[in-house]
Each structure stands twice: as structure tokens, then as C-alpha cells.
Design a protein around this ligand. Structure first.
Ligand code: HEM
Length: 178
């Protein structure tokens, strides 16, 4: 069934995203099963890959909303944005967040026994990032129902939130200042 007229390429993108998730999860399972001496480093690498996917989506989704907010309701363009937003959320952002949390918590337990001021601050900021994720997921639903009342300027400001959180999180985990 066609949703926007671009279903062919959209469907292909969904299949590619699903394939990427399957390959990634298979690699993670292989790493855990083989349990190499440098298991921690492998999991850290997989954690960073998941973080990149999550952040790519968290930075792109509000950008789509900046353009969507200026698009007339009911137009073909608006319907296309709805599909792009929903697919980005379901195929990339949601699975990437779950994997980032799961592997991050494993690293925090295995490497640091959940101790360290920087780690606690990092987890608090990641919780805020997850709240921003929830806010955007709700916005996807509102846009889908043509109920967004916020102007493009609002989404421009929202766009900065994940950026600022990401900078603070990366500094905390790399520099470990306290
Ligand atoms: C609650 C979720 C998360 C937890 C518990 C967590 C925990 C950790 C831990 C313990 C490490 C290993 C640090 C080390 O070995 O020195 C790590 C690495 C890393 N994390 Fe997370 N993390 C989470 C989410 C995130 C997010 C959302 C980001 C980015 C926005 C992020 C970015 C990174 C980066 C870049 C590294 C690699 C640091 C390095 O190799 O020096 N993490 N994380």
C-alpha cells in the first residue's frame, strides 16, 4: 500500500536499516559468545557505533520538523515528512537508543562498577537525552495527526538540545574531569 508515492525507495530504506540492525546485533552476539581478551574494547566500539546512529537521528529529526512546521497541512510534502519522521524514529533512533543504553550500562558495570562522579553525571545527562528523545517521539505523533502548533523557530531551538547534551556527555566520558 502506498503512503506517499515514494514507497518504493522508502521501503528499500527500511529494509536497509533493518539489515544494518540485524548485522549489528549479530556482531554484538558474536563478540559476547567469542568473549575475546579485549571484550571490553569491542563493546566500547559497538557502544560508540550505536551512539553515532542515535545522535545522527536525534540531530536530523528536529531539523525535519523545522521544515515540516512551515509546510501546509494536507500537502503532499507534509505527508512525505510524516513518513520520513516515522521511519527515522522507528528504524534508527529507537533501536540505537536501546543498544546505546544496554552496552553503556554493561561498560559502566564491567569497567567502573558504576562508580565515579563523571559516570553519574554522564548517566544523568543521558537520561536528559532520553527525555528529549521522548519529546521528539511525541512530536512525531502530533505531526502525524496534523496537531503540531509550534512554529519552525521552536524546532530550531529544540534542535540545539541534543547537540549541547552530546558535547557535555563526550567531554565527561573522555576527560573524566571528576
Ligand atoms: C546510560 C547510557 C550510557 C552509559 C551508562 C555509558 C557509559 C559508558 C562507559 C562506562 C564508557 C567507557 C569509558 C571508558 O572505558 O573510559 C563509555 C564510552 C563512551 N560513551 Fe557512553 N554511555 C552511555 C551513553 C552514551 C551516550 C548517549 C554518548 C554520546 C552522546 C556516549 C558516548 C560515549 C563515547 C564517545 C565513549 C568512548 C569514550 C572513549 O573511548 O574514551 N555514551 N560510555
Amino acid at each position: 500500500m502506498s503512503e506517499t508515492g515514494n514507497n518504493g525507495s522508502g521501503g528499500q530504506a527500511m529494509r536497509r536499516a533493518a539489515l544494518a540492525i540485524v548485522v549489528f546485533l549479530a556482531l554484538t552476539a558474536v563478540v559476547f559468545v567469542l568473549s575475546p581478551d579485549d571484550l571490553y574494547l569491542w563493546i566500547r566500539a559497538l557502544h560508540i557505533i550505536a551512539v553515532i546512529a542515535w545522535m545522527a537521528g536525534m540531530l536530523y529529526l528536529p531539523r525535519l520538523m523545522v521544515y515540516h512546521a512551515d509546510t501546509p497541512r494536507g500537502s503532499q510534502q507534509s505527508e512525505t515528512f510524516k513518513v520520513m519522521e516515522r521511519r527515522l524514529l522507528r528504524a534508527i533512533i529507537n533501536p540505537a537508543m536501546i543498544v546505546t543504553w544496554a552496552l553503556g550500562l554493561w561498560l559502566a558495570w564491567k569497567g567502573f562498577g558504576f562508580s565515579g562522579g563523571w559516570l553519574h553525571a554522564k548517566i544523568a545527562l543521558v537520561a536528559l537525552m532520553s527525555a528529549a528523545h521522548g519529546y521528539l517521539a511525541r512530536a512525531v505523533r502530533l505531526f502525524a495527526e496534523d496537531r503540531n502548533e509550534k512554529p519552525a523557530r521552536h524546532w530550531r531551538i529544540v534542535n540545539e538540545v541534543p547537540t549541547l547534551l552530546m558535547i557535555a556527555i563526550v567531554v565527561l566520558v573522555v576527560v573524566k574531569p571528576f
